[in-house]
Design a protein around this ligand. Sequence first.
Ligand code: NDP
Length: 369
Amino acid sequence: MDNVTRREFTKLGALGLAAQAMPAAVAQAQQADARTGYAVIGLGRIADHFLRATRDSKTSRVTGLVSGHRDKALRIAAEYGVPESAVYSYEDMDRMKDNQQIQAVYVALPNSMHAEYTLRSAKAGKHVLCEKPMAISVAECEAMIGACKAANVKLMIAYRCQYDPLHLKAIQLIRDGNIGTLNVIQGAFGGPQPVGEWRITKKLGGGGSLMDLGIYPLNASRYLAGEEPVEFKAFTSTNDHDGRFNEVEENITWTMRFPSGVLANCTSSYGAHMPGYFKVAGSKGWIEMAPAYNYDGMRLRASYRNADGHSEEIDETSPDKDPIEFVRQMDHFTTCIRQNQTPHTPGEEGLRDMEHMKAIYKSAGIDIL
Ligand code: NDP
């Protein structure tokens, strides 16, 4: 869509007319647009971040929507220039196989729905960018990888922090040896969940705070250490005996040992307000990111001795606007699709976290995943 069309379309959207007026002019503009088209499946909170990021992407756009709420979907379609014919329900989304304007999907559904919609999207011939956690069991993750391979489509897990400049800088500082030999990693993330939230149901969440929030420090510990943990010790607890945590854990804390000897100590909670962070300490210095997993305002600090023996201090904050990592994430996946490359965070990355979460739960006496 060129700028004039986009402006006109926004005006129509405000009048609630865009979806009706779409067919001729917009359908033509859509076909002329060379950006890779994504259908967003599940129009909730994270989908909104993805949708807004498409406005800043030069490679990717939204060309389809899948939702259980057609009124909401049509409103969003009008806002983003998606033709009404590309607004699907969960029941009829398999029809998107005939829509050549949709090359990929973004699965932004509750955790237990990721596997089914990844499989159906792959069957429809669409590349899949799937939210974390990849699914709710190791077997589901393996099935998703297998289905995408069989359909010859790409699969990437939306570990947005791995596309964030400050996280990447932290990794580079470590790999360059600035903080010396790594010894200890600490990380946490927590936030209270209300009654009625799907996240605290086993059926939709799969597990509790570990699956949703603990996965951030787990994944961070792995990319900061640059190796896979081999041993786990974990504890869970429930402090709020108000019925919210009858099915899944409220608090979980665990320690992981990596082959090099690095010990990582992580916690997640659905009861405590706990801004996400990580700290990495080595023989020559330390790196801290706090907050680390927000959408904006992330802060990286580091202190270490450089090669000349002088002390270096870093203190950087990411811009206080909706984050660049959503744009970088979709641009990366689009590049992988176009150039037939393996994504930086493929299905196997999601599978590894699932295997580790299974081991963490097992150590806490919970036999799931
Ligand atoms: P929301 O509850 O805000 O949105 C989920 C959407 O899924 C709903 O709006 C709904 O869309 C659809 N849906 C379909 N069936 C159900 C159902 N039975 N119950 C609830 N929703 C349903 O969740 P989030 O956007 O916060 O989370 C979605 C996924 O994204 C999760 O896997 C989560 O872990 C992940 N996530 C990732 C983040 C990141 O930073 N990478 C941050 C937050 C979440 P509709 O009305 O259109 O049908």
